[in-house]
Design a protein around this ligand. Structure first.
Ligand code: PA5
Length: 448
């Protein structure tokens, strides 16, 4: 079975034939991706990644994860951006919503760090880890990202202090470049187990490399099923699949059509709070890929029904520059029936005997009708269940659709020159060696 994309309630906002009119451009983008002739063609390693992952490689990752799981009560996944969001998206989508409060002897607690510079966050993290058997996965392609490197130094010292240097080596793993960067130098010098992030896979396309796969396996989820789902989607979105049947081609066409018609913001919607971080992953994927050269849809996200009580007003009646893409999970994993109550003080007996999900589904349908009536085009992706296999499908679907969509938009979807600007200023302000001229310039500018 496959996830399904329904574009009918979005296409109806466009002129007749508008979606089909993108077919030549989409085909050209697909061809350029396959042939490696598009802009950013040195970053196409993700394109056939699912079908190129071998069972032996998955076994190696699993073995490393098993060592960490056997030796740790908590595992800190240190990384930011593309070296963070994919793992968190998958782990949170699949985990018990309260796993961080439950002391599960079978599964280590997975914690995320290296994705901010909050002093309180880091203090509280190190405090939480005191006396705990914890391990660290240090994930950084460049191996020099400030947020992650700073966090890793703190955690490495604490891990060594608590477990001794030799034991610490067993539970610290690096995921980084094959040769470059401080994370590689440190891993080689200390003798940590390490995995390579391929040169030709950019951060936001790296969830199906050890960047995502190792933490996901550490959390106890099946990376085999995840990859199997991605492989299935690789086939379903191949350039040989006709435009009308190719979900990635359709999604790329519709969102570009909507963008050209003035819909500048795409809101990723879920009705399952576990998908919050999946939207965060998606926002980076599309935001960093398309937001450049003064162009690009702004990717936003909401969690419904929660945010119907906050952002719902704006979406229903604000500026008509938005469209929605809804991820709808058909079947929850667990079953909860709403009970009858003899007194019926809350007046909710009309729901008695129904599954909670039935209420959620009616909220979803009601919302779709209301938003479409309110002028918000709506695409819907239905997912049979939240499991590794379908999440693997979703991941590859959004990646390939992003590659196509960015090419149709006419940008290089695989670079991110804009993320350097803040770093340059921060390093200058912190007097980082090598930034002397920039430091003098920025200080003079601020003194004016
Ligand atoms: O996609 C990107 O380029 C960024 O989000 C990076 O993934 C992020 O900055 C982390 O970089 P690195 O893996 O080099 O530490």
């Amino acid at each position: 079975e496959m996830i399904k994309l329904d574009i009918t309630k979005a296409a109806c906002f466009l002129k007749e034939g508008a979606v089909e009119s993108f077919e030549p451009k989409v085909a050209e983008a697909q061809k350029a991706l396959e042939a490696g002739t598009c802009p950013g063609n040195d970053f196409l390693g993700w394109l056939h990644l699912p079908s190129s992952i071998t069972p032996a490689f998955l076994d190696e990752l699993q073995a490393c994860a098993d060592t960490l799981r056997a030796n740790c009560d908590a595992i800190v996944v240190a990384g930011i951006g593309g070296s963070y969001l994919g793992a968190r998206a998958v782990i949170e989508a699949l985990s018990n919503a309260f796993s961080w409060l439950v002391n599960d002897p079978k599964n280590p607690t997975i914690l995320f760090a290296g994705n901010n510079i909050g002093e309180d966050y880091l203090f509280e993290l190190t405090e939480y880890l005191k006396g705990k058997k914890f391990g660290v996965i240090n994930i950084s392609k460049s191996g020099t990202t400030t947020e992650t490197a700073l966090t890793f130094r703190l955690l490495k010292k604490q891990c060594e202090a608590q477990r001794g240097k030799e034991e610490a080596k067993k539970v610290i793993v690096a995921v980084t470049d094959a040769k470059k960067g401080a994370a590689r130098t440190c891993a080689d010098k200390e003798g940590y187990k390490s995995f390579i992030i391929p040169d030709n896979v950019g951060g936001r396309f790296s969830v199906l490399t050890p960047v995502g796969l190792l933490p996901i396996a550490c959390a106890g989820f099946s990376i085999k099923d995840l990859v199997a789902g991605a492989q299935e989607m690789e086939k379903a979105c191949a350039p040989t699949v006709p435009f009308a049947e190719n979900p990635a081609a359709q999604y790329a066409a519709v969102r570009n059509g909507l963008y050209q018609s003035g819909k500048k913001i795409e809101i990723m919607v879920n009705f399952q709070p576990k998908l919050h971080f999946f939207s965060e992953w998606w926002k980076q994927l599309y935001g960093e890929s398309e937001g450049k050269d003064g162009k690009g849809i702004f990717p936003a996200s909401v969690d419904f029904t929660t945010d119907l009580h906050s952002m719902g007003q704006w979406i229903q009646e604000g500026e008509r520059t938005i469209f929605e893409t809804v991820i709808s999970v058909e079947e929850p994993e667990k079953k909860l029936l709403f009970p009858n109550d003899e007194e019926n003080l809350d007046g909710l007996n009309f729901l008695a005997g129904k599954r909670v999900d039935e209420v959620n589904k009616m909220a979803e349908l009601g919302t779709q009708l209301a938003h479409v009536d309110g002028g918000v085009p709506n695409m819907r992706i239905s997912v049979p269940k939240l499991n590794e296999y379908y999440i693997g499908q979703l991941i590859y679907f959004f990646e390939i659709a992003c590659g196509i969509s960015g090419n149709v938009l006419g940008v290089n979807p695989f670079n991110q020159p804009g993320v350097e600007a803040y770093k340059k200023n921060m390093f200058a302000l912190l007097d980082k060696p090598g930034y002397e001229a920039e430091s003098a310039a920025i200080k003079a500018r601020l003194a004016k």
